[in-house]
Design a protein around this ligand. Structure first.
Ligand code: FAD
Ligand code: 2HG
Ligand code: ZN
Length: 495
């Protein structure tokens, strides 16, 4: 790997702040045959949201560029509706004028789905941020799409509830963005996917039609489950304005263990043991490799609570009886340390420690950004092949890259493999893609475990979906958005 000299270090500081090249230029794309926004259109759209918008490409820099600073659109107009009716009016107008629209929540998406490719109007949901109802008995929350995950959790905590998902972007990501990406996160293994936890939804179609599937029942087998179309479709089929979500009980007992492990085979064995021995209280099983630990130390000055080792594993338990939970965890840890599966480990003695240790896992994405350019892959790989991909990529890329790291949600077979260079390198890009996706496909994995397809992976969709399935996706898109004005150039491969 490249030596990180101080010259490279100072270059890196600047390069992550550089404004990325326009997506359309970088990928030599042709703009779809959409209406161009006239001054009258702009005035009308702004009036529909009572002036709550931003005009001008320069003013929109933070909304035209994605979190990873890799893609960049050139939208001139952002609208911040406050009601479903306003969303409907915007779409009705854009539909009639054939104007393309990109839905945007917290803009934390990692596949370039949340920003325009050309000059699409940005429909940002951040002002639709009301929690409408919390039912402490059923545990169901009804909230608008723009509610920020962290804030939603603060309100839920007052009712001893919490959202069934948690992710590093919780301070910015919004409910609508979470649902439209079907975000997974750190505790999916315990609380399940949003596909099961979203009970009801209100969404607006491309032509402005409001689809009301807002109910709060856990069981409802009355034909097609329309809300599922919007979950994970990344804003290409409709704009989610409101949802009801089944929350989890806020655990009164939480434990966190940080463990050192020598080989990935031991990480796998540890997971199987944790599932068997911790059973119902296991709430997270995450791993980070040693290259991640080095990166966290170098870029964020974060150090692990145990000595460096090839792999670190974070195990969390959620329960309701601290004595019982701690005894169970202690017995489990004693056993896996005695048989050599774990070489070192510690348990957080207070919640501040636990929060600090979680940072080592949750801030990995941020830490890598300090290197300069990040090639980010989020794949599902069967656990018997899981870490092999990192080794294969390291051998393939050798000295051409700064780092190649592996971390992620072992409990869900979801590997985050990230490669960094000081600045974008076409040579490195071409060595990685399509190789990495073909490798994943050959082991029957998925090219996107949780981040989605967005703009960046459309041409590889066929490696995880059959031709017939993609044809069905196109049929659905044509039926729900016949003019293709909603988030164009995303999810489906360009024709
Ligand atoms: P945005 O980024 O604004 O949008 C994402 C997509 O959804 C876009 O295609 C957009 O058009 C569409 N969209 C947004 N709002 C709506 C709406 N109301 N209706 C229709 N479409 C809409 N993801 C995981 O799955 N697991 C993780 O653990 C995880 N960790 C992350 C950690 C960090 C530090 C970061 C930066 C990101 C992480 N992500 C993770 C990525 C994840 O997809 C998002 O953070 C989150 O779900 C997106 O929410 P958002 O509000 O930011 O959506
Ligand atoms: C996480 O699990 C996120 O931390 C981001 O999904 C993963 O940075 C990544 O590759
Ligand atoms: Zn993740």
């Amino acid at each position: 790997m490249l030596k990180r000299t101080s010259a490279i270090q100072s270059f890196l500081k600047c390069s992550s702040n550089l404004t990325p090249q326009y997506t359309a230029e970088k990928y030599a794309l042709k703009r779809g045959d959409y209406g161009a926004l006239t001054q009258d259109d702009q005035n009308h759209l702004i009036s529909l949201v009572n002036g709550k918008g931003i005009v001008g490409e320069k003013e929109l820099e933070g909304y035209n560029v994605d979190w990873m600073r890799i893609v960049r659109g050139k939208s001139e107009l952002l609208l911040k509706p406050e009601t479903t009716q306003q969303v409907s009016s915007i779409l009705k107008f854009c539909h009639s004028k054939n104007i393309a629209v990109v839905p945007q929540g917290g803009n934390t998406g990692l596949v370039g789905g949340s920003v325009p490719v050309f000059d699409e109007v940005i429909l940002n949901t951040s002002l639709m941020n009301k929690v409408e109802k919390i039912d402490p008995v059923s545990g169901v929350v009804v909230a608008q799409a723009g509610c920020i995950l962290d804030q939603l959790n603060s309100e839920l905590a007052e009712h001893k509830l919490m959202m069934p998902l948690d992710l590093g972007a919780k301070g910015s990501c919004q409910l609508g963005g979470n649902i439209s990406t079907n975000a997974g996160g750190l505790r999916l293994l315990r609380y399940g996917s949003l596909r099961g936890n979203v009970l009801g939804m209100e969404a607006v179609l491309a032509d402005g039609t409001i689809v009301d599937c807002m109910q709060t029942l856990r069981k409802d087998n009355t034909g097609y489950d329309i809300k599922q179309h919007f979950i994970g479709s990344e804003g290409t089929l409709g704009i989610i304005t409101k949802a009801s979500v089944l929350c989890a009980a806020l655990p009164s007992s939480v434990n966190l263990a940080f463990l050192s492990v020598n080989a990935f085979a031991d990480v796998r064995r540890l997971f199987s043991r944790a599932r068997d021995d911790l059973g119902e209280i296991l709430s997270a099983f995450e791993f980070i490799d040693n290259s991640c630990l080095v990166c966290l130390e170098e870029n964020l000055k974060l150090t692990p609570p145990v000595d460096q080792s090839p792999f670190a594993v974070v195990i969390e338990t959620h329960g309701s009886n601290s004595t019982h939970d701690f005894e169970k965890l202690e017995a489990f840890l004693e056993s896996v340390m005695n048989d050599g599966t774990v070489i070192d480990g510690c348990v957080a003695e207070d919640s501040q420690k636990a929060t600090n240790w979680w940072q080592l896992r949750e801030r990995m994405a941020e830490s890598l950004m300090h290197d300069g350019y990040v090639y980010k892959y989020d794949v599902s790989v069967p656990l018997d092949k899981f870490y092999e991909l990192v080794t294969v990529m390291r051998e393939r890329l050798g000295e051409k890259v700064l780092r190649c790291v592996g971390y992620g949600h072992v409990g869900d077979s979801n590997l985050h493999i990230n490669i960094t260079t000081p600045a974008y390198s076409k040579e490195v890009d071409q060595l990685i893609e399509p190789f990495i996706f073909e490798w994943v496909s050959q082991v029957n994995g998925s090219i996107s475990a949780e981040h989605g397809i967005g703009f960046k992976k459309t041409q590889f969709l066929h490696l995880s979906k059959s031709a017939e399935a993609i044809a069905q996706m196109r049929l659905l898109k044509n039926a729900m958005d016949p003019k293709n004005i909603l988030n164009p150039y995303k999810v489906l491969p360009l024709l």
